[in-house]
Every structure is written in structure tokens, then in C-alpha cells.
Ligand binder design. Structure first.
Ligand SMILES: CC(C)(COP(=O)(O)OP(=O)(O)OC[C@H]1O[C@@H](n2cnc3c(N)ncnc32)[C@H](O)[C@@H]1OP(=O)(O)O)[C@@H](O)C(=O)NCCC(=O)NCCS
Length: 255
């Protein structure tokens, strides 16, 4: 599985970096190290034509999170010197991370016109376990889709077999999560407790998956975009081996 080779329709140059972990539980520190390695791989690809230092070390990436949990990277040491020599500014570097199954994935993009990026991963075998049939998948969909999204979903999925439905539900869910990360809020899902500033799931959706994604922003998401002075919000998704990967970018408003 090589998500690095993925190029999504995101209207911005971007790159993925991933690390696969063996099965088992890992300490927070081990997870943070993994994230840095995945990020470094993403940056190596993103800046491949800018002589990204071959000897760069994951410790030269300083991960930070804002009050809502949105990640950002600053560079240190030799990487900071390289960035300064190229007049690259860390505030224009956007990263997002996701983990599911044994995979950690980081998406990176560098562009002054961007406000945020979001990536999300769904390990499809989780949705193939016993009991996760078409009825389950539709019930799951009703739990996070708005009326408008549900109508578009049911029309587009009419006559599809169970596996196609599974991928479709996963794509809707995953794009919702990626969009919440690009907007910097995350989602307010019941199992995660109260997160007042996070968006409710029905505030973010998809009215079309193909041939290109059309995102739906409900009033709360629209208010967030306007508060950020956000403009276009573009998303794409792909199935890569056992994973479904979604990505969303949010541009600054041009006005
Ligand atoms: C942000 C959110 C969407 C994370 O989704 P998730 O599926 O739990 O986890 P992912 O691995 O895809 O992403 C986690 C990363 O999102 C990033 N993130 C967290 N809050 C964020 C925010 N406000 N903006 C942007 N990115 C954020 C963090 O970097 C986080 O990594 P960390 O846990 O190492 O700090 C969050 O709102 C959330 O907790 N959602 C619940 C998801 C859930 O319960 N899913 C069940 C599926 S069946």
C-alpha cells in the first residue's frame, strides 16, 4: 500500500507520508514519533524539487496543536536553516494527520493562500466485520448525514451492492472528518464527550462523490468558514488497498 503515490484533486500541490505500525498498543510518545516520521516523509516529497535536506531528522519537526487540536509544524535546527535559505515560512505549511488500523498518515501542503488541510483514513476491514451489512451501513449513515446529504446519498446508492455501499458510506464519513480538520474544529461526536467548539456531524457533508466531490456546508460550518475568512473548500477521496483516504483543503477568501 503506497498512499505516497496518491495525487488527489485538491487544487494545491500536496504530498502524503505514511508509517505502518505492527499490531499492538503504543505509548503516546511512540505515536508522536511515528507522526513525525510520517510528516518528514510527506515533506521530503512535497519539497523534492527544493533540495529538501536528505539528512533531515524527525526531531527537527516541532509539532504543535492549537486550542482546538489542529496540528501545525515548525521546523528547527538544520531544517530551519534550509527553510530560511529557501524563504519558506512555517506558517504557510499545512499538515493534517490521521490514524486507523496500523497506519499513520500525514498530508502536507505549502501555500500562502491556504487556511487549512484535513486528511482522514478509514480502515475498510473494520466495516466488513460480521453484522456490518447494508442495513447497518444505512443506519450508520442516518446518524451523521443531514437530510440533504441523506437524499443525495440514497439517490446515488440506489441499486449498489453491499461493498459499493460500504465504500460510499466510508467516503461520506471520511470527507466529513477531513473537512472538520481543514476547518480546524474537529467533530462533536457523542462518544468523545462535550466539545463545544467542534462542529456537529450534520453540519458537514457531501452532496456528490463522483466525478468530483461536492461538499455541503451547513449553517454552523458556513459560520466557521466565514469567521476564518475562508473561501473555496475542495475535497477528494480514493481507495488505496484496504484504506479509504479523504482529503480536504480550505482556501483563504479572495475578497
Ligand atoms: C478531529 C477528529 C475528526 C479526529 O478524528 P479521529 O477519527 O478520532 O482521529 P484521526 O486519527 O483521523 O485524527 C486525529 C488527529 O486529528 C487532529 N485533530 C484533532 N483536532 C483537530 C482539529 N480541531 N482540527 C484539525 N485537526 C484536528 C489531531 O492531530 C489528531 O491527532 P492526535 O490524536 O495524534 O492529536 C475529531 O473530531 C474526533 O475526535 N472525531 C471522532 C471520530 C470518531 O469517534 N470516529 C468513530 C468512527 S466510527
Amino acid at each position: 500500500m503506497f498512499p505516497e503515490t496518491l495525487l488527489m484533486r485538491l487544487s494545491v500541490a500536496h504530498a502524503f507520508g505514511h508509517v505502518g505500525l505492527p499490531a499492538g498498543r503504543f505509548s503516546r510518545t511512540a505515536e508522536r514519533d511515528t507522526e513525525k516520521i510520517a510528516a518528514l516523509r510527506a515533506l521530503q516529497r512535497l519539497f523534492a524539487d527544493q533540495h529538501f535536506p536528505a539528512a533531515a531528522h524527525p526531531a527537527e519537526l516541532l509539532w504543535q496543536r492549537d486550542a482546538l487540536g489542529k496540528p501545525a509544524i515548525d521546523w528547527q535546527g538544520g531544517l530551519a536553516d534550509w527553510a530560511a535559505s529557501r524563504q519558506l515560512c512555517a506558517r504557510h505549511l499545512h499538515v493534517s494527520n490521521t490514524h486507523d488500523g496500523p497506519l499513520h498518515l500525514v498530508l502536507a501542503a505549502y501555500e500562502p493562500g491556504l487556511l487549512g488541510v484535513g486528511v482522514d483514513l478509514v480502515y475498510l476491514p473494520r466495516l466488513r466485520r460480521p453484522g456490518k451489512d447494508a442495513d447497518y451501513l444505512r443506519r450508520l449513515a442516518t446518524r451523521f448525514m443531514s437530510v440533504q446529504e441523506w437524499q443525495a446519498f440514497t439517490a446515488a446508492s440506489h441499486g449498489e451492492d453491499e461493498e459499493a455501499l460500504r465504500v460510499r458510506v466510508a467516503a461520506h464519513f471520511s470527507l466529513m472528518e477531513a473537512a472538520s480538520k481543514a476547518l480546524g474544529t474537529g467533530l462533536r461526536l457523542a462518544m468523545r464527550g462535550a466539545r463545544p467548539l467542534a462542529l456537529p456531524p450534520r453540519a458537514l457533508g457531501v452532496s456528490r462523490l463522483r466525478p468530483e466531490v461536492r461538499l455541503l456546508l451547513g449553517p454552523e460550518a458556513e459560520a466557521r468558514r466565514q469567521a476564518l475568512r475562508g473561501g473555496e473548500c475542495a475535497g477528494d477521496w480514493a481507495v488505496c488497498g484496504e484504506y479509504l483516504i479523504s482529503a480536504v483543503v480550505l482556501w483563504r477568501s479572495r475578497e
